[in-house]
Design a protein around this ligand. Structure first.
Ligand code: SAM
Length: 224
């Protein structure tokens, strides 16, 4: 079972994602567990302060290190002893990070525990990246307002790889960026068609209707 812990200022942002496949099915089958920790619960004062101005000047506010370090400590205190540093990762979401890929998703699927740290505002004090995070991950070269959507993206990509989550498990073996395609030196799946054979004058390639499996394989290999 893969346990996800999510540190966020907005746990409610995840409501819809929990009701969508594959996350919903994985939760129902007990293949994953998702816990939320509100960073605000580790605020530095009774007013709920978690952020502050940046040293050296700059626009906007940064999340201070204390709420993040303390929230992670509190999660680790309750982590079962069989989860070691080897099968656990603390993942900080940041546009500065390593680009998330299907290869990374396969690596994460093998873990027992992933702690996601979602930034907000101008981001998080750099000590979190330097001294707490195992991985710093970006979902692309653009800037979002928080780490919640990137966490949902990663969680979904990882969860659908867990055996037993998808009804048709072969779906993850033969798809874009799969290991199978990678080994063939390819990365993108071939184009696929369904009924009707013709729509608005647009026809399904004849080879795919031929029933000739050899030719179909050849067509697919040529159209990746
Ligand atoms: N000041 C930061 C910069 O220029 O790199 C941007 C901070 S962004 C407004 C706030 C938070 O959103 C980040 O701390 C991070 O957690 C998340 N975030 C934004 N874009 C992201 C991306 N492409 N990948 C992963 N996380 C992202």
């Amino acid at each position: 079972m893969l346990k996800f812990d999510i540190l966020t200022l907005f746990p409610e942002a995840f409501n819809e994602c929990l009701n969508l496949l594959p996350i919903k099915r994985a939760l129902e089958k007990g293949l994953i567990e998702i816990n939320f920790t509100n960073i605000r619960d580790f605020a530095i004062d009774k007013r709920g302060t978690v952020d502050d101005k940046t040293y050296g000047g700059g626009v906007g506010m940064l999340i201070r290190p204390e709420p993040i370090f303390e929230a992670v400590d509190s999660i680790l205190k309750t982590t079962p002893s069989n989860i070691t540093t080897k099968n656990k990762k603390i993942v900080l979401l940041s546009p500065r990070g390593e680009k998330f890929t299907q290869k990374k998703a396969r690596e994460y699927e093998k873990l027992d525990h992933i702690i996601f740290i979602c930034g907000r505002y101008e981001g998080i004090d750099a000590r979190v990246e330097k001294h707490l995070a195992d991985d710093v991950i970006s979902i692309g070269d653009f800037v979002l307002s928080g780490g919640e959507l990137p966490t949902m993206v990663i969680m979904e990509a990882v969860t659908r790889l867990i055996p037993g989550v998808l009804e048709k498990e072969d779906a993850v073996i033969f798809e874009s960026f799969s290991k199978d395609l990678e080994e063939k030196g390819k990365s993108i799946e071939y184009p696929q068609y369904t009924r009707p054979e013709e729509y608005r004058g647009l026809k399904v390639p004849e080879t795919l209707l031929s029933g000739n499996h050899k030719e179909i394989e050849k067509w697919r290999a040529n159209n990746i």
